[in-house]
Design a protein around this ligand. Structure first.
Ligand SMILES: Nc1ncnc2c1ncn2[C@@H]1O[C@H](COP(=O)(O)OP(=O)(O)OP(=O)(O)O)[C@@H](O)[C@H]1O
Ligand SMILES: [Mg+2]
Length: 235
């Protein structure tokens, strides 16, 4: 039996993309812990990093995988974490954690329902999930609303770390909106997929809204022994 299978025994089964749960001793899991450490060090008493946006220039570059694993390693360090699926256009977090998406961020934003009521336990200690909720016709307007500011405040009061999984920054304005509200932004780059021009555009779009780019997660082309997620400090 492989190591992976042994580690899954007796616990809930998790998708392979949750590598930090499935194979916590792997080099990729170690990279996510390094990212966590770097973010913790970037946080200071007068400039705390509590809300983190995860985005990338284009689609399919590993934003959701990275935000989920980052949420797991923060939770494992004993911090209370909320992972928010703020990609209301292509939500995947509910699938990754095998949750219902009947109530979520779109519900909280369009009603008076609280974050506490809408968040779900992930099955992992210290980690709660706010799924995207039912499809809304106007994600950008919802994220840019005054209600979103209340939601962020409520989440900050309930959790130590709030991570927002976003759509690509170049395609739609959602990630820019959230990056302007969050304490920090992590940019995911995928080898052989992210294009240089798009990366420059992504950086400019984030700069334009005064986003604090904490660093870059470099997602290797394949999940192999030698490739994975690497982290570099941003400017
Ligand atoms: N390094 C990798 N090697 C192989 N497959 C990967 C790698 N990183 C991500 N994937 C796969 O690529 C797909 C997209 O990953 P993910 O959902 O994390 O990206 P995303 O940036 O959130 O995409 P979207 O823009 O659609 O929201 C998933 O099926 C994921 O398992
Ligand atoms: Mg995604």
């Amino acid at each position: 039996m492989s190591k992976k299978h042994t580690e899954r025994k007796g616990t809930q089964t998790h998708p392979v993309s949750l590598i930090t749960l499935v194979d916590p001793s792997s080099p990729i899991s170690e990279q996510f812990r390094t990212i966590r450490t770097n973010i913790q060090f970037a946080s200071s008493a007068d400039r705390q990093i509590r809300t983190i946006v995860v985005t990338s220039s284009g689609p399919g570059e590993g934003k959701s995988t990275s935000s989920a694993n980052l949420a797991v390693v923060f939770a494992k360090s004993g911090q209370r974490v909320l992972l928010v699926d703020a990609d209301m256009r292509n939500p995947t977090v509910y699938k990754t954690f095998n949750l219902s998406n009947e109530v979520g961020l779109s519900t909280v934003l369009s009603t008076q329902r609280s974050v506490l009521e809408a968040a779900q336990p992930s099955g992992i200690e210290n980690l709660s999930i706010l799924t995207s909720g039912p499809k809304a016709p106007n994600p950008s307007e919802l994220l840019g609303s005054a209600r979103m500011d209340q939601v962020i405040d409520e989440a900050r009061n309930l959790y130590d770390i709030v991570i927002f999984d976003m759509p690509p920054v170049v395609a739609v304005t959602d990630a820019q909106i959230m990056a302007s509200k969050a304490d920090g932004t992590v940019l995911v780059i995928r080898e052989n997929v992210s294009r240089k021009e798009s990366l420059v555009k992504a950086r400019d779009l984030l700069k334009m809204v005064g986003a604090r780019v904490l660093g870059v997660v470099y997602n290797g082309a394949q999940h192999t022994k030698d490739q994975g997620y690497y982290y570099y400090y941003g400017s």
